[in-house]
Write a protein that binds this ligand. Structure first.
Ligand code: ATP
Ligand code: LTN
Length: 334
């Protein structure tokens, strides 16, 4: 809470090409929440280096992600859109919180187990303490709400545990954050395996719609999407492929599943696939056009980067000063 405005924090990694899942499950909700809260949306580049990155590529992707935040509809004059690495408070608080986090807790994190299995040659300590940095992100701004996908819920729970533990010792220092899980598009599934979520690190490019895909690619990927042999358009668990297509259609057109099922009653999968593709193209086209414009406007983006880093730093330092006093660091003499 800042004044009487509730605070919202969320972030995304600039690794890989963003997918329709990232947009419908995260970014789109962020835009809808922007009016209600004081919002901090970070490009979490510090999290990205837990797996090896090509420096030039990371720098480019991080900036592209910032463009995308704005192109998707976040207002950078209102919401604080910034790079995590520009605010040193994230690293400082993460260290402190490391000392209030148990290895037993971190051992239980399923994302760590998954990523450790995937990057067996580089199981570094940063990968292990990733959730502590995420807790620092959230607690640094005294966030009341954190929009996250189901996959990040465990990290939000550990954040709450760490904050409660700290508050128990030192008094009410941190706001305890609540998760916010959106409904439409909460879980977009892979087009090639509807039992699996659509993920930007999927090796099969046909499994995901990337936010940069052109209309022909989008149409082609939906044409190839895995469905079933029932030959009937229904919204039910037994038909996960068709259900996923309907979910995507609904998220893009603001229809309910019932409305969509009625609309396509008696029609073939081909018709449904074309309609879904069209709905996705019309959602992505304006975003892609805006990204192109922003890429050309370096001076504007540079100003946003500078001003928002300063804004974020201001709020971060407020929390950090309080925390440092509470834990007994000597006062800085200026
Ligand atoms: P990776 O493949 O690198 O793990 P990812 O595509 O799963 O990446 P994240 O960077 O982990 O994406 O997530 C960014 C945000 O997008 C999170 O809030 C996450 O919950 C959301 N998100 C990711 N994939 C989906 C999906 N398929 N459906 C809905 N939301 C998603
Ligand atoms: N771990 C998250 C990204 C992330 C985040 C955060 C999300 C880093 N810090 C703070 C919400 C709040 C992810 O990979 N999706």
């Amino acid at each position: 809470m800042i004044g009487d405005t509730k605070v919202l924090f969320s972030g995304m990694q600039a690794t890989g090409n963003l997918t329709l899942g990232n947009y419908l499950g995260a970014l789109k909700n962020w835009v809808n929440l922007s009016d209600e809260y004081l919002c901090f949306y970070s490009v979490v580049d510090m999290h990205s280096i837990t797996v090896r990155q090509d420096p030039a590529e990371l720098r480019k992707r991080a900036r592209n992600l910032l463009h995308l935040y704005i192109a998707a509809g976040l207002d950078p004059e209102k919401a604080v859109i910034y790079f995590q690495s520009h605010v040193s408070g994230h690293a400082e608080l993460a260290w402190i919180l490391n000392c209030f986090t148990y290895m037993g807790e971190l051992n239980r994190m399923t994302q760590f187990k998954d990523k450790a299995a995937k990057h067996a040659d580089n199981i570094n300590a940063g990968l292990y303490t990733y959730p502590v940095l995420m807790a620092a992100d959230i607690l640094l701004y005294q966030a009341d709400v954190v929009p996250v996908g189901a996959d990040q819920m465990q990290h939000l729970e550990i954040t709450r545990d760490i904050a409660q533990r700290f508050n128990k010792i030192y008094g009410d220092v941190f706001t305890i954050p609540e998760p916010f899980v959106g409904k439409a598009g909460a879980r977009v599934m892979s087009l090639q395996n509807p039992e699996k979520k659509m993920s930007k690190s999927d090796e099969n490019p046909n499994a995901s719609i990337y936010l940069t895909d052109d209309p022909d690619t989008i149409v082609r990927k939906f044409k190839r999407a895995v469905t079933d042999s029932e030959g009937m358009i229904a919204y039910r668990e037994e038909q996960p492929g068709v259900r996923n297509l309907l979910d995507i259609y609904c998220a893009c057109t603001d229809h309910t599943p019932e409305e969509a099922v009625n609309e396509f009653a008696g029609q073939g999968y081909g018709t449904l696939k074309n309609a879904v593709a069209e709905s996705v193209v019309s959602v992505l086209r304006p975003i892609q056009e805006r990204v192109k414009e922003l890429e050309k406007d370096k001076a504007y983006i540079d100003r946003i980067i500078k001003e928002n880093a300063e804004k974020a730093e201001y709020y971060a330092n407020k929390t950090l000063r309080k925390v440092k006093r509470k834990i007994g660091y000597p006062d800085r003499i200026r």
